[in-house]
Design a protein around this ligand. Structure first.
Ligand code: SF4
Length: 354
């Protein structure tokens, strides 16, 4: 078995560790480029949402490189994610690829553990559980250092320090192959991040980036939006951290569950959908961000994403009622970094003026 999966930020590295612990050969997909997106778009229905096209492009690249198994996330949510893997499977088979598709439903922790067990080729339950916990701990550590870099970048004394430290810390964690080494590596990585010299009294605007999960996590698709905002002198926080989301699903994150309830309550007067709808989460997150004292919100949405388009249609009402500027950013295969940069510059100027 040569397993591969589409890129989704640092989850890619955590998944690699998990599968290697299960004794599988892992092919890490090449970085997502314009070529990847063009390849996926060429074989996708025109109005499929953008992550569908990007993940399909990655799958084709992986299969061309020799992968024979593709792992793809799915969910019970009321949007199109649940249709991704069956549709992608049909498209890829029609293109002549012979492979095994493994959907992993992240809304059902027991279900995805069972998938990993099946995938682990007869691994015992303790081994599957240990591999899963190792992957999860790694994911949480990766996300911890990413969150630190998002806070320090706007205040770093020397431009580029946070990015440099983040890359080093990422390498420290990525090298870990056994659970026993992880604690020490995590401390070392966090220490490396704490070494970044910052101007602590520099006043900077704080922005929360909200929206569709895949676009939030995969920086190659959002044109490194977090880094760009940081370099423009904005402290960034993100509404979606997959590690926390999994912790919440397995009932180990009380604070996260409380926050999710708060988000749901705030969204309810605007969008009465179950909390699985990412659009209502975005509206709730924007209101919570206003109440938490953030200076602005960036709403990241893939083109043709119905839940986020609904959220966008309500964004101006939230801005009016909660006095928080919301910048909607729609991204598709025709977007370019230059256009986005100009919009972010204008937006950060506005925040600094406020
Ligand atoms: S949230 Fe939007 S972009 Fe993501 S799968 Fe659902 S419809 Fe598509």
């Amino acid at each position: 078995m040569r397993v591969s999966f589409p890129h989704m930020g640092v989850l890619t590295l955590a998944m690699k560790s998990l599968f290697e612990r299960l004794g599988q050969e892992c092919l890490v997909a090449p970085p997502v480029t314009q070529k990847t997106v063009a390849l996926g778009s060429k074989h996708s229905p025109e109005l499929a949402c953008f992550p569908f096209k990007a993940t399909l492009g990655t799958m084709i690249e992986c299969l061309e490189l020799g992968a024979d198994t593709i792992v793809m996330a799915t969910s019970n949510g009321n949007c199109r994610l649940g249709f991704y893997w069956p549709a992608q499977q049909v498209i890829l088979r029609n293109l002549g690829y012979d492979f095994l598709m493994l959907p992993i439903n992240y809304d059902s922790p027991l279900g995805f553990l069972a998938e990993f067990k099946r995938f682990g080729g007869g691994s015992s339950w303790p081994r599957v559980l240990a591999a899963f916990l190792f992957g999860l701990r790694k994911l949480l550590a990766f996300e911890e250092i990413e969150a630190i870099s998002m806070r320090t970048r706007a205040r770093e004394r020397t431009r580029g320090d946070s990015t440099k430290a983040y890359r080093t810390a990422l390498r420290i964690l990525d090298k870990v192959t056994s659970p026993g080494e992880l604690g020490a590596a995590r401390r070392k990585a966090v220490r490396r991040m704490r070494e970044i010299e910052v101007v602590s009294d520099r006043k900077v605007p704080r922005v929360k980036v909200i929206g569709e999960a895949f676009m939030l996590m995969e920086s190659s698709l959002n044109f490194q939006l977090q880094n760009t905002l940081g370099e423009m002198g904005v402290e960034v926080e993100r509404s979606y951290w997959l590690g926390q989301r999994i912790m919440r699903a397995i009932r180990l994150d009380r604070a996260g569950r409380k926050h999710a309830k708060w988000v749901e309550r705030e969204a309810y007067p605007y969008m009465r959908y179950p909390d699985l709808c990412t659009g209502s989460q975005s509206i709730g997150e924007a209101i919570v961000a206003a109440k938490e004292g953030y200076d602005g919100v960036v709403l990241l949405m893939p083109f043709t994403c119905a839940p986020e388009v609904l959220a966008q249609s309500l964004a101006s009402r939230v801005t009016r009622e909660y006095d928080i500027p919301i910048l909607p950013v729609a991204i598709d295969e025709h977007s370019d970094s230059g256009g986005l940069r100009t919009r972010l510059e204008a937006y950060t100027d506005l925040l600094k003026l406020r």
